[in-house]
Design a protein around this ligand. Structure first.
Ligand code: ADP
Ligand code: MG
Length: 453
């Protein structure tokens, strides 16, 4: 490994002299060498854009510099961060299964296009993701029949990408003849832009790629915000696929109407299918996910570690997984066979201490009532006059924003309301916040009031 890093440093020294300072700083300097496999050097770029730039502008310089330093390298490949994850996971599966090459992997039912670790089997279903899981499963089993498009939204690290890859893996195993493409929004945008500047086939090649599909998945679509031309092209891609009864799956960190500058035409296209959110996991789901993860990675942990993590790490599943591996790494360093509670506390001292004691829903309710001068009974009750409905919606909004609680729990706290009512209130306030400055001030007041405690 050290050798690889040292040799790569020498390549960088050569490249620094070869390319412009701006290009070097922006794209080349941050390339990270991953490994040499089958005489190919794998590099990881910081983003899809950096990858495209390196390949389109500096391919030859990189190749020449590599030839000077590495004798054993015949080619190189640049991976985006996402492709790196897939690459690493693929080779881990390959090594676990003791098979020789990616082509054997393909024969064993793993597509090189999807992360083999992200499957329906490894996805733990709980209250926070039950509906979205069922929808994803239904789309995987019967594409283009029920939910088209399927639009999945929710915060970071909650399993959106996992589900898309699970659909891809499932389709690869059950309907390998289908042409399935998964791209990030960034990749779609870059493909579109480079097709515009390409002299030969350009846009026709782009359209051929994106319109000859049975299933198109676009991840992190929120990044299309503000890109008018790309939205226009996406709109036509969407229509073309949809009219030909092809499946479209989209993921985003927020619902369509909250993606700034998303054209109304696109919003209305998304609304035709199913728009489904994915929530923060509740305690039981967190425990189940951690257990599954420990089993998969063959971590030896006491049950008390799992409970401790599920109780104390509230943000998202990616972080939860990170903490679990941190605890195991720590106990391994100590030469222990099993990680126990004290290892967990020690390993996560910073993370857990930094978490502030959380505000309770009762406290939020109390402050909202005082602020708007309404009674708790009214807010929790059924009155429909504006003086009550407005503070009620603000209260729902603050509960979803400031606490990490399932929507159903918030619903029952708010006088036994359905979780869809909470979504409605939250979305309504988020929407109004964009235009209503008085409301914006009130929410800011309340937030700073609540954060004081
Ligand atoms: P997102 O795309 O929503 O940001 P990811 O799909 O990348 O999140 O998920 C983050 C991590 O959490 C991944 O390692 C994924 O496997 C894991 N994860 C998320 N949800 C689940 C789940 N329900 N069961 C098991 N693992 C999960
Ligand atoms: Mg993702």
């Amino acid at each position: 490994m050290t050798n690889l890093k040292e040799s790569w440093k020498k390549v960088l020294d050569i490249l620094e002299r070869e390319v412009t300072a701006v290009s070097f700083d922006l794209f080349i300097k941050n390339l990270e060498p991953i490994e040499i496999r089958n005489e190919c050097l794998y590099l990881c770029a910081q983003s899809e854009t950096a990858k495209t730039r390196c390949l389109s502008l500096h391919s030859t310089s990189i190749k020449l510099a590599l030839n000077q330093i590495f004798t054993e390298v015949k080619s190189f490949e640049i991976l985006s961060p996402e492709e790196k994850d897939i690459h690493t996971a693929n080779f881990m599966v390959e090594e676990e299964k003791n098979i020789a090459s990616v082509s054997d992997l393909v024969r064993d039912g793993f597509s090189p296009k999807f992360n083999p670790k992200y499957t329906f089997e490894t996805f733990v279903v709980g209250g926070s993701n039950r509906i979205v899981h069922a929808a994803a499963r239904s789309v995987a089993e019967n594409p283009s029949s029920k939910f088209n498009p399927l639009f999945i939204y929710g915060g970071v690290g909650l399993g959106k990408t996992h589900l898309m890859h699970a659909i891809g893996n499932f389709l690869y195993q059950t309907k390998p003849h289908l042409n399935v493409l998964y791209v990030t929004c960034e990749k779609f945008t870059n493909d579109y832009i480079s097709s515009l500047s390409s002299k030969d086939k350009g846009i026709s090649e782009f359209r051929e790629k994106y319109r000859n599909l049975d299933v198109l998945m676009v991840d992190d679509i929120q990044f299309i915000s503000g890109k008018k031309e790309t939205q226009e092209e996406f709109f036509h891609t969407f229509n073309d696929l949809y009219q030909n009864n092809r499946q479209i799956i989209i993921a985003s960190d927020r619902p369509p109407k909250e993606i700034a500058t998303l054209s109304d035409r696109l919003i209305s296209r998304f609304t035709v299918g199913l728009i489904q959110d994915i929530q923060h996991p509740d305690f039981e789901t967190k425990v189940a996910i951690l257990k599954k993860k420990a089993e998969q990675e063959e971590y030896n942990v006491e049950d008390e570690v799992i409970t401790y993590l599920a109780e104390h790490i509230s943000s998202n599943i990616r972080e939860l997984e990170g903490c679990l591996s941190k605890v195991c790494f720590y106990s391994n360093l100590l030469g222990k066979k099993f990680a126990n509670l004290s290892d967990a506390k020690e390993a996560l001292k910073q993370q857990v201490e930094e978490e502030k004691p959380s505000i309770s829903p009762e406290f939020i309710l109390e402050k909202v009532c005082v602020y708007y001068n309404v009674s708790q009974d009214d807010i929790l009750g059924k009155k429909k006059n504006k003086e009550i409905v407005d503070p009620r919606q603000v209260c729902c909004y603050l509960l979803t924003e400031m606490l990490n609680l399932p929507l159903a729990t918030i619903g029952s706290f708010m006088g036994g309301r359905d979780y869809t009512t909470i979504i409605h209130a939250r979305d309504k306030i988020s929407q109004n916040l964009k235009t209503n400055t008085k409301l914006k001030m009130e929410i800011e007041d309340l937030k700073s009031l609540l954060k004081k405690y």
